[in-house]
Design a protein. Structure first.
Length: 279
């Protein structure tokens, strides 16, 4: 079985702004956030000029994905509170929302669920930037979107293989692509000038043992992905449940009480995020 060549895959990612399959909002946003010295003010203006995007941003910001539900009424206030990396990630998330809804039904719900759980675990672990971990959860599968858009035939074959062989999609991808969705996501994060730790989380969420500078954050998104799959929220491309990486789980040192509390909070938060899918 021939797989899509690495050079072709990288070329698609590098030229994402020129790809005909990419929606115009995502193209314009991609050009904007690639600027190395982008300011919050420039981002505010970009969002303010797109009422549909502004509505989605406010809906997300006032959800359980972030730490201040129901209190933010202006986009500029939201952007100021969240900071550059979180805002960039949030905007990318809402910009691919419609593609996710069309290309893989359930992927958006899975991504939002992962973001919710990642934030809960990050707060439980006392991390300084829980919203950045949440963004990593929201974007962890963005590589699937690009693969689905640009190589739909091959990706659909990979999903069929995952189904018939009873394996997770990242395993099935190996027969069809030189690199899987996790690395494609990391390439995108690099192109979009995200910090190294976020790039690493996206690239290693299935292999947290390879993480070097963001071990805790990678372990959190790895675990969140599996928890939200086990809970049956959304669809991530297969019907299998990955095995939790023992070293990553051990590193997080979550007690039974911690896990019970996270699962309870997750149920409340998931209820609150249900209407985001109607964004």
């Amino acid at each position: 079985m021939s797989s899509v060549d690495l050079k072709i895959m990288r070329g698609k990612v590098e030229n994402i702004n020129a790809l005909p399959t990419i929606p115009s909002t995502l193209k314009r946003l991609s050009v904007l956030i690639e600027k190395p010295k982008i300011t919050l003010d420039e981002i505010s203006r970009f969002v303010a000029n797109d009422p549909a995007l502004a509505t989605k941003v406010l809906k997300m910001v006032n959800s359980a994905i972030y730490g201040f539900p129901g209190r933010i009424s202006s986009v500029s206030h939201a952007i100021m509170l969240l900071g550059l990396n979180v805002v960039k990630g949030l905007l990318l998330g809402v910009s691919v929302f419609e593609i996710m809804q069309k290309s893989m039904l359930g992927l958006w719900d899975h991504s939002v669920g992962c973001a919710v759980v990642a934030r809960l675990i990050a707060v439980k672990k006392g991390l300084k930037e829980p919203d950045e971990v949440s963004v990593a959860g929201l974007l962890h599968d963005i590589g699937k979107v690009i693969l689905l858009l640009e190589f739909s035939k091959e990706y659909e074959s990979a999903m069929e293989d995952a189904q018939t062989q009873g394996v997770i999609i990242s395993e099935a991808e190996k027969d069809h692509f030189a690199e899987g969705h996790a690395n494609v996501g990391a390439w995108l994060a690099e192109k979009w000038c995200f910090p190294r730790n976020l790039i690493e989380v996206m690239g290693n969420h299935h292999r947290p043992q390879l993480s070097r500078i963001a071990q805790t954050e990678t372990a959190i998104v790895h675990l969140s992905d599996i928890i939200i799959r086990a809970r049956g929220v959304g669809f991530a491309g297969d019907n299998s449940l990955p095995v939790i990486n023992a070293a990553a789980f051990e590193m997080l040192k979550l007690t039974e009480a911690d896990i019970k509390e996270i699962l309870k909070e997750m149920e409340n938060s998931l209820e609150e995020t249900e209407d985001i899918s109607q964004a």
